[in-house]
Design a protein around this ligand. Sequence first.
Ligand code: GLV
Ligand code: MN
Ligand code: MN
Length: 421
Amino acid sequence: MCSSLIAKEVTESLLNVQRMASRIEKLSHISSGQGPGVTRLAYTESDERATQQVEEWMIAAGMVITRDQFHNVIGRYEGTDVSAAPVVVGSHIDSVPEGGAYDGVLGVLAGIEVVQELSTRGMRCIRPIHVMIFRDEEGVRFQAGLIGSKGFTGLLREQDLQLQDEKGITLAEAITALGEDESITTVIVKQPNIASYVELHIKQGPLLDEYKIPCSVVNGIAGAARYRFKVVGNPGHAGTVPMALRKDALLAAAEIILAIEQQAILHDSLVATVGHLSVLPGASNVIPGVVEGSLDIRSLDEQLIKSSIATIIQVCEQICRLRGVDVSFTCVGYSPPVQASKRMISLIESVLAQHKITALPLVSGAGHDAMVMGAITEMGMIFVRCKEGISHHPAEYVDISDMEVALDVLFGVIYQLANDF
Ligand code: GLV
Ligand code: MN
Ligand code: MN
């Protein structure tokens, strides 16, 4: 079907942005935190409650839902060719601690709204459309991230199932706890056959706000590596061990963190973050004996990620040698940088042009399930302006008029992907 015909068919949009906005609001209250933000760590009770709520909305929109072994949710809206590879639109609904209401959620609910519009009109596309919720995108609980999308695409490693949260619960146990009786024992999956993947997501940075553009197209996503490091020194009495005889793991960790910052600021295109530390035994009158920390390092340049990690490990080993403590680094997650497919970029640009939006090509520093899906199919992303680019924060906010435009654009993109792409 040609695009001008499609444009005519859908001029009277029934997309219900108010319904989507009130659903976003409703989900924001499904949280296990005490503060004003959203706290829905992966595979926890609040995450599961929110997932079940979204499943209800999928069913109401005319989809048939299933879950895979990682409890990713697949909402299928049948096509006229039931054997055709589906178009997938998805994102995540887990959050960081005290995060915002839109990160991930907007993409999932926008996908549902597009399907709702099709089913309300009694329209079927040629290809089936799958709306997906990927579990554990954020990676807060197990410090790895993109677990669901990696599981779905067969990119999860067997050892990832043994990753532990702070309470010692493994990823395998957390996933199994959601099921009735099936325990997860393998990461092996049948490679899904998918025609294309599109993800709509907030722009977690100020560019769209600065240029006053409601939404635009993403060219590429920075690669990200996540490590855990462990410094082992000697605990002891804070009052009796002289300074010169101490092997304080936290002092070594402090130097490590500053060394990581030094490495990152050497390169404009590299960012590195130590976002989590645990200090053991963790008492004010005991010299820290063990420190465990996280390292998140990102760039669009894969070589730079690799060489910086090698240098960081070398420098940190040297710091620890001088302090007489041990250090080890373990990689818990790696996703290479990815480019969106050229065909998807031009399709999104053409739909943006139909809505009189000049495409501002964007690069994502944040990770997205799209970077994993890009390994198995053509991938495209649409970013939506969010106020001042604030994200991972309770103040995250998207104006309803931007959501309305973004929904229209997503509808146009999915419609073409599912019919004549
Ligand atoms: C997810 O938001 C990430 O970029 O880590
Ligand atoms: Mn996100
Ligand atoms: Mn996020």
